[in-house]
Write a protein that binds this ligand. Sequence first.
Ligand code: FAD
Ligand code: ZN
Length: 460
Amino acid sequence: MDGLLNELRGAVGAEQVLAGIDLDARYLGDWMTAAPAGTPLAVVRPKTSAEVSAVMKLCHAARVPVVPQGGLTGLAGGAVPVPGCVALSLERMSQIDEIDPAAATLSAHAGTPLQTIQEAAHAAGFLFPLDLGARGSCRIGGNLSTNAGGNRVLRYGMTRDLVLGLEVVLADGTVLTHMNKMLKNNTGYDLKQLFIGSEGTLGVITRVVLRLYPQPRSTCTALCAVDDYAAVLRLLHHVKSSLGGTLSAFEMMWPDFYECAIVGLPHLGEPLARGQGGYVLIEAMGTDQTSDQARFEAVLSEAIEMGCVRDAVVAQNETDARALWKVRDASGEFHRTFWPHVGFDVSIPTGQLGDFVAACKARLTERWPEVETVFFGHVGDANVHIAVRVGRDVQPETAIEQTVYGLVGEWQGSISAEHGIGLLKRPYLRHSRQPAELALMRQIKQALDPLGILNPGKVL
Ligand code: FAD
Ligand code: ZN
């Protein structure tokens, strides 16, 4: 392998090939998965698409696996090195090439941090709507590869919906360039969609063309208490039809979440009384703060009259809005306030989500009477996050996963709504995909990567 290491040094520069004692631990695990099963041969840090292509050609010829890495904030172990691989870090490919105001597009290299893209769009008078807690660390190539979701999917869609073009390097080093800026382009198969959400198993994304939106000029936010899930469904219907396209978030917190957030983080205060049937954070983004706020408050008053909202706090300014979002964002603190736990990111059609949550709780309690759970999520997108813990010591992780994923399968839901399959959910993919679908996925993988060198052992 010394020969390959030397060739890699020739391709990207000696100082950009980290091997042996130079291997930095930060490339060895992602947010969820501390360390790989074995050590990578090297971490390679290219600067250009041409260098990525050269690295892929060399690894292809040597039949050495390649694991693409963005910001390593993934929650499914997708970017974790496999033994003897080249970990291909895109972090040096951080560059915005162009913002095209007429096309409303932003073109960037795959290693650009999401926050840098958001800020560049903002400075140019636009909004890049993808937003998640890891914004400062995750990279746009990683966002595309995981088809990341976040809080504004309801209005702007998943990452997939925000991409117009991309450039990708295939397993054998071929560069596929499709830096398309046009919304309409029906020229055969939409190849870019194959690579979005494929978690680095089909190609290495090197550049992207993103869709920008007008910057909203108003934001209205409220936290509502509701009696039960039936009321949540009526509320969702009401705000969708009354606020039209301005509804940008509809986040539900079940009572166990609210309790855990308020008790675990006393600085949050208690914006609404504990012990209600559920809590919903609603956000709308529009064009005029004064008139939009009046309309927003009127819509909520109607909801109270209709009996689907029991109580509500409406933010009067940005500080209030931030305080309400902090309650929902308490999930980011669960590694302190609700730890250890086993986490899930599943989806079930919105109409059945309430019954699913009750069934899930019942199934877990039947098996572990002392179980504690927390349910919350992007109900408007049919997505619920679940945290489960049994006692305070080492968790019966596999048994908990089998219980929850088994139930998701019975309800014909998805075992991963937004975080992807990676390494950690691979054993459970069959709960959400038919054998014929899995067979077709394997055929696609075989066609694009016949030697199986791209991120082996992930997804399929
Ligand atoms: P990595 O972790 O480095 O990689 C992820 C996967 O993509 C791996 O399989 C890797 O091989 C592949 N990959 C990376 N770059 C490339 C590339 N250029 N070409 C090909 N393959 C590549 N996700 C959501 O969907 N919604 C959320 O709200 C959300 N919130 C989060 C909050 C926090 C605090 C954290 C830590 C994570 C959150 N995530 C969320 C997870 C989310 O998937 C990642 O944060 C992000 O999309 C991954 O980007 P990354 O650059 O860190 O990718
Ligand atoms: Zn989420």
